[in-house]
Ligand binder design. Structure first.
Ligand code: PHE
Length: 352
C-alpha cells in the first residue's frame, strides 16, 4: 500500500468510526480541511518538477475523490441511521386497541323514572316538576303538618337560606309539596279570581311528580338524597278503590308480574286520611314471599284539599308517594342503595 492509499484507508476508517455527524465533520476537517492532510499534500506539489507535479497531482486528486466518496457514504449512513431512530421513536403500534368514545346510557334510576312516567302516562297522568328547595308552607304546613306537629321530626332535613326564622326554606323531604303546587296551578286555571273554595266545574287532576328529595339519613338503604315519585288524582268521585286499582296495575306492569300481590297496610300521614303503606310481595324469584314496602298513600285530607283551593265537600281523591330507588333495587336485584350514587362505571354500565 503506498502512502496515498494509506491516507485514504485511514480517512475511511475514521469516517466509519465517527458515530455522529459532528464527529464526522471533525474527521473530514482533519483530511480535507484548510490544514488537513490532503491540503498539506497539495502544498507539497509546489516543490516538484512539472512532470512529477502532473502525475503526483493526479494521484492526490484521485485519493481526495476517494476520501470524499467515503465521507459522503458515511454521511448518508449516519442520516439514514438518524431517520431510523426517529421513525422508531415515533412508531405507531396500529395493533393497540384505539381510544374509543364510550357509549353513554341512562342511569338505572332514570330508567325507572322513564318507566314510571310511561306507565302512568298510559293511564292519563301528567308529569309535573317542582323545586328541590321548598318553603316550609309547601313541604309541611299546607300538607296539614303545622309547626308543632310530631310528624315533622321524621322529616329531619337540610335547612337553607331564605324564608323566615320560624319557617326557613329547606330541601324538600318528599315530593308531596307538588300535590299543592300542581293542584293550585290547575285550579287557578278554572276558578279564575273568585276567592271561595272552588266547587268546579274542573277537569280532574291526574298527575305524577318525580324528583329528588332529601333527609338526614345515610346507610345501605337510605341516602341523604333519594328519589320519590308523587301521584295525585283529584276528582268528584275518586276513592280508595281507584287507588288500589291504579297502584296494583302499575306495580304488576312495572315488575312484569301478573300475580304480584299488594297489601295496603293502615298507617298515618298528616295529609291523607285514611292512610296506608303499600307493600308488595313477589310470588317468584329470590324475594318471593317477602313483604316489601314501596309507597305511602291515602285519601287526600280535607285540609289539604282546602289548601289546593278546592271545596272538600265536592272534591276528593287519593295520593301516593313511592320510592323509585327502591323500585330500581327490586327490579334489578341491587342490594346497596349507595351504588346508585357513587358514579362507578363498573356498576352503571351494567344497565346499558
Ligand atoms: N310523602 C310521604 C312520605 O314521604 C308519602 C306519601 C305521599 C304518603 C302521598 C301519602 C300520600 O313518606
Amino acid at each position: 500500500m503506498n502512502e496515498l492509499d494509506e491516507v485514504v484507508h485511514k480517512a475511511s476508517l475514521e469516517f466509519v468510526q465517527a458515530s455522529t455527524p459532528a464527529d464526522l465533520e471533525n474527521a473530514k476537517a482533519r483530511y480535507l480541511g484548510k490544514s488537513g492532510v490532503m491540503t498539506d499534500l497539495m502544498k507539497g506539489l509546489a516543490a516538484l518538477s512539472p512532470e512529477d507535479k502532473k502525475s503526483r497531482g493526479a494521484q492526490i486528486n484521485k485519493a481526495k475523490q476517494a476520501i470524499e466518496a467515503a465521507l459522503n457514504y458515511r454521511r448518508q449512513a449516519l442520516a439514514d441511521l438518524e431517520l431510523q431512530i426517529q421513525l422508531q421513536a415515533e412508531a405507531l403500534d396500529v395493533t393497540l386497541p384505539g381510544r374509543q368514545r364510550g357509549v353513554g346510557g341512562l342511569h338505572p334510576v332514570s330508567l325507572t323514572l322513564e318507566r314510571i312516567e310511561a306507565l302512568f302516562g298510559s293511564m292519563g297522568f301528567d308529569v309535573a316538576d317542582g323545586p328541590e328547595i321548598e318553603t316550609d308552607w309547601f313541604n309541611f304546613t299546607a300538607l296539614n303538618t303545622p309547626a308543632d306537629h310530631p310528624a315533622r321530626s321524621m322529616h329531619d332535613t337540610f335547612y337553607v337560606e331564605g324564608g323566615s326564622a320560624e319557617a326557613p326554606n329547606l330541601l324538600r323531604t318528599h315530593t308531596s309539596p307538588m300535590q299543592i303546587r300542581h293542584a293550585v296551578q290547575h285550579v287557578k286555571r278554572y276558578r279564575g279570581d273568585q276567592p271561595d273554595l272552588f266547587k268546579g266545574p274542573m277537569p280532574e287532576i291526574r298527575v305524577i311528580a318525580p324528583g329528588r328529595t332529601y333527609r338526614v339519613d345515610s346507610d345501605a338503604t337510605h341516602s341523604p338524597m333519594f328519589h320519590q315519585c308523587e301521584g295525585l288524582w283529584i276528582g268528584q268521585d275518586v276513592s280508595f278503590k281507584d287507588l288500589k286499582y291504579v297502584f296494583t296495575d302499575f306495580c304488576r306492569t312495572f315488575f312484569e308480574s301478573d300475580d304480584l300481590v299488594l297489601r295496603f297496610r293502615p298507617s298515618f300521614f298528616p295529609f291523607t286520611e285514611p292512610s296506608a303503606e303499600i307493600d308488595i310481595q313477589f310470588q317468584h324469584g329470590p324475594l318471593a314471599g317477602k313483604w316489601l314496602e314501596v309507597a305511602g298513600s291515602g285519601q287526600v285530607h280535607p285540609n289539604v284539599i282546602r289548601n289546593m283551593g278546592l271545596d272538600p265537600e265536592t272534591f276528593v281523591g287519593f295520593a301516593f308517594g313511592m320510592g323509585p330507588d327502591r323500585l330500581t333495587m327490586l327490579r334489578y336485584g341491587v342490594n346497596d342503595l349507595r351504588l346508585f350514587f357513587d358514579g362507578d362505571l363498573r356498576f352503571l354500565s351494567q344497565f346499558q
